[in-house]
Design a protein around this ligand. Sequence first.
Ligand code: BG6
Ligand code: MG
Length: 221
Amino acid sequence: MLKAVIFDLDGVITDTAEWHYAAWKELANRIGIDFNREFNEELKGISRMESLEKILVFGGKAGLYSESEKLELAKTKNDQYVQLLTKMKPDDIFPGIKELLEELKAKGVLIGLASASKNAPAILQSLEITNYFQTVVNPDEVERGKPAPDIFLKAAEKLAVSPAECIGIEDATAGIMAIKDAGMFAVGVGTIEKMKQAGADLVVEDTRELVLSVLLREFNQ
Ligand code: BG6
Ligand code: MG
């Protein structure tokens, strides 16, 4: 029986994936790294510092910066990103998500957030949806980031449900892998080919398709 739905945030609830891209691109270009959308896909679901490491490797600049310089670079990116976030308002929630949260609440299905972002609580506040969530896992609470299952398992543990009773919703390859490794039903938001390849059980190309009756039908099959 479905007891909980555990959401990713960036790219599932709102379009912040685009803003992460813009902020990383600006930082990468500033240090002479050519950044593109294809490579950016690899950063989805990945923590801030891990993303920076990947960018430095991608640009052939791994090992050129000290730890404190890397922290400074990550801070520069985050400052730029947080600046973009100040524009965020409840209208920026993806279509269909608020309706799904309402349906889940009405049916007594628990709601959790498993985002790698340290900005997640502030974003939920700006979107005015904090109250729907019974748990928001802080990425610092778990040892390994996505694609490891830790953050989804922690969400289930905090909600006191078993992984088999959960649906996880993700837009990133790393996120789908994390959900599957956690033993949950994985819903991918994105292109069918990419999400299926990552292991998604159900794929929607648009968040409007995230309707509880559809999720339940697929989950119960
Ligand atoms: C994930 C995003 O949700 O959060 C990644 O998909 C991002 O792109 C990560 O790097 C960490 O976010 P933040 O806000 O803590 O830098
Ligand atoms: Mg995401």
